[in-house]
Design a protein around this ligand. Structure first.
Ligand SMILES: [Zn+2]
Length: 139
């Protein structure tokens, strides 16, 4: 049977291991946080919305679209207070607009990750606080 002092040493060890595990986790989450922050801090412009191809019939009798060769136009949909606004993509701008919109998506994804990671950081900080807190020392 372990004496009281031996038990205390074992307990101190697991506490220390727990503390360093907490710190390692906190550093890990912090690194991920920094990675997402770098996406947010880039300087290139972004455009809000999604670039996609619209296929439709024009309605003119005898047009090739009647037989299924639909007209294709590139469009950008912009979410706006509960509805979507549509803009057609100017000729020759498809690649550029797609890039701009892609950056916006990555920006938003990074933002969502930051929210999640920040919650995790706070959780780890609170765990570390509990781990570090001791009763007030005896006078
Ligand atoms: Zn047509």
């Amino acid at each position: 049977m372990a004496s009281e002092s031996e038990y205390y040493i074992v307990n101190m060890d697991t506490d220390r291991e727990r503390a360093s595990r907490l710190r390692r986790r906190l550093y890990g989450v912090h690194r991920q946080f920094e990675k997402q922050l770098r996406v947010i801090m880039r300087r290139e412009p972004v455009i809000k919305g999604i670039v996609y191809i619209l296929r439709r019939r024009c309605g003119k009798a005898g047009c090739r679209c009647v037989e299924g060769h639909l007209h294709e136009t590139w469009a950008l949909t912009v979410p706006e207070k509960g509805h979507k606004r549509m803009r057609s993509v100017p000729k020759g701008q498809r690649v550029r607009w797609s890039e701009l919109a892609g950056r916006y998506r990555r920006f938003r994804r990074a933002r969502a990750m930051l929210v999640k990671l920040f919650r995790e950081i706070l959780k780890e900080v609170d765990a570390l606080e509990r781990q570090r807190t001791i009763p007030p020392p005896e006078p």
